[in-house]
Design a protein around this ligand. Structure first.
Ligand code: P6P
Length: 334
């Protein structure tokens, strides 16, 4: 007879309250931002889950700031997050991959002491083929005076983040976040509409089983990078060969590596000399999470969280995941 004693059921709301209690000085604003993001995640989940059924697939026809044809789900996710967050009085402004500049808080609402930066639906080109996509978010403190968030508030190094997380719309919907007290995963139970604690205090193995990289750029990489990839594959040096797992959706690749150990690499190449991934709302939040889980995140020459941003949508090379595998990258790429 298998013992089915249920583990304790902890909702994300309960968990956030318990974490807040460890900070008597907390105003509760950050907790409320996390609640509101969890709500937005549930609303996006509904749309993503039914996308194939209500003919929401296919592009919305117009291009976003990245020059990519926007998928309707991109537009929906972007608007859902903005509408869930803009009236709460906890934010001074927002920035999104889908918007050119800062998204201001409408004049009729109070503003708050945090700024939210997010990628509403990363990997959206995968939507039509049912590959997992994700939402990534980063919360930084407002550091300027005055009502509204400014570019100075947005362009802070990742080490200034007070919270970061992602939602992965995969075989189940999971939300993983950190406020600097460990990285914790919650799985959505659709029957009750609650995110339940399923992965407390995630720890990423020091060396990874999986290597996530797009080899088609091999001829465009620097020789040091090609040598690094040979090391990961066990073709040179003494590292045990890694298995290749590349979904082409950052959140899906990152999440698998976070839980099972692995390295995601998107080196700079001659086509993308600054790398492809975005610093502020992709690399920084995932770097905060992976460091809280005992991993590392680097540009290859610098800790991601120490990079001083200069532009909202700036790109960065990215090596992120198991600590020893990122250290190997830093030893060779530099
Ligand atoms: P490539 C998806 O478009 C994305 O932004 C990330 O989610 C993903 O990791 C990366 O690009 C894939 O890029 O050049 O390998 O297709």
């Amino acid at each position: 007879m298998v013992n089915h004693t249920p583990t304790s059921v902890v909702t994300i709301e309960r968990f956030i309250i318990e974490q807040e209690r460890q900070h008597p000085e907390a105003s509760g604003d950050l907790s409320n931002i996390l609640y509101d993001l969890a709500l937005a995640a549930k609303m996006i989940t509904n749309k993503v889950r039914s996308a194939g059924l209500v003919d929401i697939l296919g592009s919305a026809g117009h291009e976003n700031v990245q020059g990519e044809i926007q998928q309707k789900l991109d537009v929906f996710a972007n608007e859902t997050i903005i509408k869930a967050m803009d009236h709460t009085g906890r934010l001074c402004g927002m920035a999104s991959e889908e918007e050119d500049g800062i998204i201001p808080i409408p004049g009729q609402f109070r503003t708050g002491k945090y700024a939210l930066l997010f990628d509403p639906l990363d990997g959206s080109s995968n939507i039509d083929v049912n590959v997992p996509v994700g939402t990534i978010f980063s919360v930084v403190p407002k550091i300027t005076r005055g009502r509204d968030g400014t570019m100075e508030d947005m362009l802070q190094p990742g080490r200034r983040q007070v919270a970061a997380g992602y939602v992965i719309y995969g075989s189940s919907t999971m939300l993983v976040y950190t406020t600097g007290q460990g990285a914790h995963g919650f799985t959505l139970d659709p029957s009750i509409g609650e995110f339940l604690l399923s992965h407390p205090n995630i720890q990423i193995p020091a060396t990874g089983r999986y290597l996530s990289v797009n080899d088609s750029y091999q001829q465009l990489w620097h020789e040091n990078v090609r040598q690094l990839m040979r090391r990961y594959r066990g073709l040179e040096g003494d590292r045990k060969p890694m298995s290749i797992r590349y979904v082409g959706s950052l959140v899906a690749d990152f999440h698998r590596n976070l839980l099972g150990g692995g390295l995601f690499a998107y080196p700079r190449n001659q086509k993308s000399p600054e790398g492809k991934l975005r610093l502020l709302y992709e690399a920084n939040p995932l770097a905060f999470i992976v460091e809280q889980a005992g991993g590392r995140a680097s540009t290859g020459t610098q800790r991601i969280l120490d990079v001083q941003p200069t532009e909202l949508h700036q790109r960065t090379p990215l090596y992120i995941g198991s600590r020893e595998d990122v250290e190997l990258a830093e030893s060779l790429v530099a």
